[in-house]
Ligand binder design. Structure first.
Ligand code: FES
Ligand SMILES: [Fe+2]
Length: 415
């Protein structure tokens, strides 16, 4: 009897120990040091930051990769981007004015900078013979306008062409209509990229979104990740619409008002359902999977009649600029019908309500530590990219160090 009681007590103690261990299990990001270091963003990439139509001759302040910049147009309409800190006493130059074409004057003492070079061109309060002229400057950044957006190259060397980095199908697209939303959101940019490419969440988290309200979402699936060029693709191997979980119960998202996606629509459509006919330009691209991700945080989701992109632009370690774009590759009347469709509700439903669920979860994400599961193979493959050579500027890597990781920004600047 006593022996039995002792055995039971020992078994209970073991069980408790095991359950405590299970609860405590969780890994930090030791396995991905380059990923961890990229908290405030990656160097040497172009980032979309604003709609071009919002930038005129008045400076617009932009925070990118932990640095304060400003963007404005010169007298010829060229976009200029400069560091937003006056070297004199550190005031934001973007609070100043463009008194002379191609310049900006700091609001405090009137140091005046050449927008193209960043050099001090005049110092209003120190007279025409000021010694500061030609002896002080602010950093300039390459800036371009493409697809209606302002793109800034966040690096100090000579930039690669923006075209080297754009999703390939956007370099010379046929006629298209574009709808989009740019929004500053709380949460680290890497969590947004992970969330966008995360296999597991869409079918569960987004099942309640208005965008999916009439569509059945699968219960679970099996995938693998295919790397092609600069992109990682999620490729579905198996899909299960419902499942019986032993000892727990059945899960299904089927409801009488929900429509099952049609299966014959093509492999790249994933679980999105869709149109009767795929857009020929989209179909011609032969994407291996409907969701893909590339550096420096660009998600591409291929639908039958449009492509949706999300650019996760690092503002700093704790904030991300969400740039959601929807491209429909059609001209003429279809283009105007798209704008009607998009502005009449889809913008709110897709780039608002649906994507707002992602914002909600990313802002709540608190990792590491973390305990990853099978569908997180998508996250792991993404993280591995950070310790591989720069996918675009591979030619400029140090030859002695082929393992040289992507250069990362070390963090913010002094306030
Ligand atoms: S702080 Fe800018 S001119 Fe003095
Ligand atoms: Fe999502």
């Amino acid at each position: 009897m006593v022996k039995k009681m002792t055995e039971n007590a020992a078994r209970d103690a073991d069980k408790e120990k095991l359950s405590r261990r299970k609860m405590a299990l969780g890994r930090n990001w030791d396995a991905w040091p380059d990923y961890e270091a990229a908290e405030a963003g990656l160097h040497d990439y172009w980032y979309p930051v604003l709609w071009g139509r919002k930038v005129k001759k008045k400076p617009v302040a932009v925070r990118l990769c932990g640095k304060n910049l400003f963007v404005m147009r010169d007298q010829d309409g060229n976009i200029r981007a400069l560091h937003d800190r006056c070297p004199h006493r550190g005031v934001k130059i973007s609070l100043g004015k463009q008194w002379w074409p191609g310049t900006i004057s700091c609001p405090y003492h009137g140091w005046t900078f050449d927008l193209k070079t960043g050099d001090v061109a005049a110092v209003i309060t120190d007279g025409p013979d000021s010694r500061i002229c030609g002896n002080a400057a602010v950093q300039t950044y390459p800036a371009r306008e493409r697809h209606g957006l302002i793109w800034i190259y966040m690096g100090l060397g000579k930039p690669h062409a923006l075209e080297d980095q754009l999703p390939e199908e956007l370099i010379n697209p046929p006629k298209y209509a574009l709808g989009g939303r740019i929004e500053d959101r709380s949460g680290n940019w890497r969590f947004y990229a992970e969330n966008g490419f995360d296999e597991g969440h869409a079918k569960y988290l987004h099942r309640t979104s208005i965008w999916r309200i009439f569509k059945v979402m699968p219960t679970w699936n099996k995938i693998h990740i295919k790397k092609q060029g600069r992109w990682l693709y999620r490729v579905e191997d198996e899909r299960y619409w419902e499942a019986e979980f032993p000892g727990v119960g059945k899960w299904t998202n089927k409801r009488w008002w929900k429509i099952m996606p049609k299966h014959k629509q093509g492999k790249f459509l994933g679980n999105t359902g869709g149109a009767k006919r795929n857009n020929p330009y989209i179909e011609s691209r032969n994407f291996p999977g409907f969701a893909s991700l590339s550096m420096p945080g660009v998600l591409r989701i291929v639908y039958p009649s449009f492509i949706h992109y999300e650019f996760y632009v690092p503002i700093d370690a704790n904030h991300t600029k969400y740039v959601g774009l929807m491209f429909q590759f059609k001209g003429g009347l279809s283009k105007w019908l798209f704008y009607l469709w998009y502005l009449g509700g889809i913008r709110w439903m897709f780039h608002g309500n649906f994507s707002g669920q992602d914002h909600w979860m990313v802002a709540e994400t608190n990792a590491p530590p973390e305990r990853l599961y099978r569908p997180d193979v998508s996250l792991m493959e993404w993280r591995k990219l950070f310790s591989q050579p720069h996918p675009i500027r591979g030619d400029e890597l140090d030859d002695d160090n082929p393992e040289q990781p992507v250069r990362v920004l070390s963090g913010g600047e002094k306030p």
